[in-house]
Design a protein around this ligand. Structure first.
Ligand code: FEO
Length: 170
């Protein structure tokens, strides 16, 4: 692999682990608010982010590349309202999509088609991640201010089931 691509993939491990860390901070926020369904939803999301990190990790090892594990940034959930937190989640997913798009563009330019093929799963996954985050923002905008509706939304989010990634490396 050309050196720039493994380096970018290595950095993506850190970004995905930071995503897991950020969403665990969101879990903390919602537990403090007593919204246990929201907390569960982000706990499942954090689990998915760890899975994403491990896919990049396994892909690099599978291609005989060394991995450097850097420090994970401290998440700062300074938002005051549930709506602002879910909006921050959407903004973070947009940031991750842009990061994956950058690796994809670099891999394409380097004719590293193995990596573009690997990243195809993530391109699709990011579409789903953004749609889910956007859906959550819309629901909180619509129903977040009404206690009865918020109770039902919290129950709905509490039913989210963790599903392991459909991508297998190796
Ligand atoms: Fe790993 Fe939420 O993107």
């Amino acid at each position: 692999m050309k050196q720039k691509i493994p380096q970018m993939l290595n950095e993506q491990i850190n970004k995905e682990l930071f995503s897991a860390y950020l969403y665990l901070d969101f879990v903390n926020f919602f537990v403090q608010k007593g919204l246990m369904g929201f907390a569960h939803w982000y706990r499942v999301q954090a689990q998915e982010e760890r899975d994403h990190a491990m896919l990049f990790y396994d892909y690099l090892h599978h291609n005989n590349e060394n991995i450097t594990l850097d420090a994970i940034e401290k998440p700062e959930t300074t938002q005051q309202t549930s709506l602002d937190v879910v909006r921050a989640g959407l903004a973070h997913e947009e940031f991750i999509t842009a990061s994956i798009d950058d690796i994809y563009a670099a891999a394409l330019a380097a004719k590293d088609f193995r990596t573009t093929q690997f990243l195809d799963w993530f391109v699709k996954e990011q579409g789903e991640e953004e749609a889910n985050a956007n859906d959550l923002v819309t629901k909180v905008e619509l129903f977040g201010a009404d206690p009865k509706s918020l109770y039902l939304l919290d129950a709905e989010l509490g039913a989210r089931v963790y599903a392991p990634p459909t991508l297998v490396v190796g």
